[in-house]
Design a binder for this molecule. Structure first.
Ligand code: PLP
Length: 393
């Protein structure tokens, strides 16, 4: 916790913010920041630098004076590029004029979606384990977060049956994030079709965070709103951070029917105005001409995925095969340690950083998240150190 010498009263901070959980990941990064030569499988971002051509498009735009606000919706050329991109990949067409909003990453899109949809007390179903921002975003939107348990026996896939078992009079929406952070789970089209049937039957909205859509290995990605009948009840969140190595540029998009998009625009226009202009130019280049670079990075992640999954299983840290994102989520139960003890002792004894699974919800307990978007040599060295650590227990 950050404290000054001013003795600030806790009541100066709103109840809303004081009620937010502190992030289990952040505590870990604070520990790491005080240590030297740590191999980090902790941070969820690509080790690649943004391909030079994407950056150059931003520099060129700035040199030409493109340093002003853009339309609140984002640059028209970028919205057209996003529309074409989604149509090419998933056969779904959004109107660039009023169904696409350029955001400051999926992070902003997530807040816009939940704040626009949830009334106080409305319930939001979400598969557990879940990305760390989902619960706070729901709380800040005055919603009630309802975790739906998943487990390794089913590769952490959520079933429509289990979602339905958690439905009540107050259920308003489902929040899906596949491929998943932290588990790397990818859903099949059949899985998602059953959830689509449930959403239609129960008249629910589905917020689908597809930030990892391009990072799907050996399994086609299904874009949730492209399923029959889902376009009119879905909010699609997407962006460039992961598959285009653009985390720091802060660009993403929200796609939804015009009425829903207008609701989100109402918030966006007051708190953001428009996504960073140079970043929007870089994004146009990435989407229009960056497929080759992106595919090269994805192929590299795939090779590292095989390396880490085989390595973890070999050490005895049972790991199901993750088909998406860039995370492996092995069980550490065989070591007799819980996930927090495991991660802390591994960090202190062997200087390898992984994230305790319980930072992502109750169902993450007994697992750790290992991000393999790290250099191959670091992954190999981390596996060696983990082998030594497990052997020493
Ligand atoms: N959603 C998920 C599941 C993520 O893992 C992340 C980043 O780690 C985000 C959203 C945030 O993405 P962005 O950089 O587009 O804000």
């Amino acid at each position: 916790m950050t404290e000054s010498s001013y003795n600030i009263k806790p009541e100066f901070i709103s109840d809303r913010v004081r009620a937010l959980p502190s992030s289990g990941i952040r505590r870990f990064f604070e520990l790491i920041s005080n240590m030297d030569s740590v191999i980090s499988l902790g941070v969820g971002e690509p080790d690649f630098v943004t391909p030079e051509r994407f950056s150059k498009a931003a520099f060129d735009a700035v040199a030409q004076g493109e340093t002003h606000y853009t339309s609140n919706y984002g640059l028209p050329h970028l919205r057209e590029a996003v529309a074409d991109h989604l149509e090419r990949l998933y056969g779904i067409r959004y109107d660039p004029r009023n169904e696409i909003l350029i955001t400051i990453g999926v992070s902003e899109g997530l807040m816009l979606a939940l704040m626009s949809v949830l009334n106080p007390g409305d319930e939001l179903l979400c598969p557990d384990p879940y990305y760390v921002a989902y619960l706070p975003a729901c709380q800040l939107s005055s919603g009630a977060f309802v975790p739906v348990a998943t487990g390794m026996e089913n590769s952490f896939r959520v079933s429509a049956h289990d979602l339905e078992a958690h439905c009540s009079e107050r259920t308003k929406a489902i929040l899906l994030g596949y491929p998943s952070n932290p588990t790397g789970t990818q859903m099949t089209r059949e899985d998602l079709t059953e959830i689509a049937d449930l959403a239609a039957r129960r008249d629910l909205i589905v917020v689908s965070d597809e930030i990892y859509d391009r990072l799907s290995y050996g399994m086609p990605h299904t874009c949730f709103p492209s399923l029959p009948g889902m376009r009119e009840r879905s909010i699609l969140l997407g962006g460039l951070s992961k598959a285009y190595a653009m985390t720091g540029w802060r660009v993403g998009w929200v796609c939804a029917p015009a009425e829903l998009l207008e609701a989100m625009m109402k918030i966006h226009q007051y708190i953001i105005m428009s996504a960073p202009t140079p970043s929007q130019y870089a994004a146009i280049e990435a989407i229009r001409n960056g497929e080759e670079e992106s595919q090269r990075m994805v192929a590299d992640f795939d090779a590292r995925r095989r390396l880490i999954v085989a390595g973890l299983n070999d050490i005895g840290l049972t790991c199901f095969e993750p088909h998406g994102a860039f995370y492996a989520f092995p069980s550490v139960r065989s070591t007799g340690l819980d996930d927090v003890e495991f991660a802390e002792r591994l960090l202190l004894n062997e200087k390898v950083a992984v994230i305790p699974g319980s930072a992502f919800g109750d169902c993450g307990r007994g697992h750790v998240r290992c991000c393999y978007a790290a250099p191959r040599a670091s992954i190999e060295e981390a596996l060696e150190r983990m082998r030594r650590f497990v052997g020493s227990l």
